[in-house]
Write a protein that binds this ligand. Structure first.
Ligand SMILES: *Cc1c(COP(=O)(O)O)cnc(C)c1O
Length: 350
């Protein structure tokens, strides 16, 4: 079987060794002769997986015990609500940089005052707003580090006196960052850290317990923190997949991963900019290294280009319906050889 070059936006490519180890655990989990998905999550084998999956995040992010790591269900989309439920007392500041930010704002608005400090909506979210400052009277500031659909990424984060909450669903563990600058980070696993079905939340403990509303048990971060993500049955398979991916990330370190991601992005954007048939859709200075969005100047050739990609075993290149054109998602596990195959198709197409 020839190799498929998987540019899918999510669920997305995972390292082959992660898939192999998941397959093994499905057949025989830790020598139990039972499948990972048919044993108690409270058995010592899975408890160890959960503990590792939590501690590896702290290690990779270089965080101390001021932070808690939990794995939840309900996707990043549930975090739009949970963040506000747990942190919004009077008012919160948001930036609106795409579809996901818009949804986060909508959920928070149902619980308190939300002020949008910067928005790129009027330009179909093709840039990252930067000309705003964050006053000290907000409960928190919320941003989306990488806009999966529109192909923009925050290259830096604003300084702020208030807690910073970040949706890192589509670029978590893709680069070196000072993670202590953030107070709450969340990410649906299925873009860059594992299979769909679990959501990572990294949270500074001191942030909690400050709102006066009564929080339903399942939506209260303290519930899940106090039970080490085992208040109810966790998504055992998804958490296992994250654990395997985290080991793979830890072996390389974020510096090396970032270098590879930069090389991949440089290769593809270099072609987009030099090939007169194509055009990037995001502002250059805000381009995402994870999701590159581009169009054919002559859109009547779209189907021809998709066919050429298909013939080269390239998967998942069609753009999101709200942007059109094409999107190449280049998550950590995608090798530069796959990007080279896409670049070759673009050159031949010209
Ligand atoms: C995919 C995505 C989401 C939604 O994640 P779900 O787990 O499907 O709820 C939220 N934010 C960003 C930035 C995303 O890329």
């Amino acid at each position: 079987m020839s190799k498929v070059h998987n540019f899918s936006a999510g669920p997305a490519i995972l390292p082959q060794e992660v898939i192999d180890n998941c397959a093994k655990a499905l057949l025989n989990f830790e020598g139990t002769n039972l499948s990972l998905i048919e044993v108690s999550h409270r058995g010592k084998e899975f408890v160890a997986v959960m503990e590792q999956a939590r501690s590896l995040v702290k290690k990779i992010m270089n965080l101390d015990d001021a932070y808690e790591i939990i794995y939840l269900q309900g996707g990043a989309s549930s975090q739009f609500l949970m963040v506000a439920m747990n942190l919004l007392e009077v008012k919160a500041a948001y930036t609106n940089t795409g579809t996901w930010s818009t949804k986060a704002i909508k959920e928070a608005t149902s619980l308190g005052n939300v002020e949008v400090l910067g928005s790129s909506e009027s330009k179909n979210f093709n840039f990252i707003p930067k000309d705003y400052s964050i006053s000290s009277d907000y409960d928190y500031f919320h941003c989306t580090s990488n806009n999966t659909i529109f192909g923009t990424q925050m290259q830096s984060f604003p300084s702020s006196d208030v807690p910073v909450v970040c949706d890192m669903s589509s670029d978590i563990f893709s680069r070196e960052l000072d993670f202590t600058k953030f107070d709450l980070i969340y990410a649906g696993a299925q873009k860059n850290m594992g299979p769909a079905g679990t959501t990572l939340v990294v949270i500074k403990k001191s942030l909690l317990g400050k709102v006066t509303r009564k929080i339903p048990t399942m939506l209260d971060y303290t519930t899940h923190i106090s039970k080490d993500s085992m208040f109810n049955t966790p998504s055992v398979f998804a958490v296992y997949g994250c654990y395997e991916t985290l080991k793979w990330i830890d072996k390389q370190g974020l510096a090396e991963i970032e270098q590879k991601n930069t090389a991949k992005a440089d290769l593809l954007y270099g072609e987009i900019d030099s090939n007169e048939m194509f055009e990037g859709t995001a502002a250059k200075e805000d381009r995402s290294k994870m999701n590159a969005t581009f169009i054919l100047k002559d859109e009547s050739r779209n189907d021809d280009f998709l066919r050429a990609c298909n013939d080269a075993n390239i998967n998942g290149i069609k753009g999101h319906r709200s942007v059109g054109g094409f999107r190449a998602s280049m998550y950590n596990a995608l090798e530069i050889d796959s990007v080279q195959v896409l670049v070759d198709v673009m050159r031949n197409f010209k």
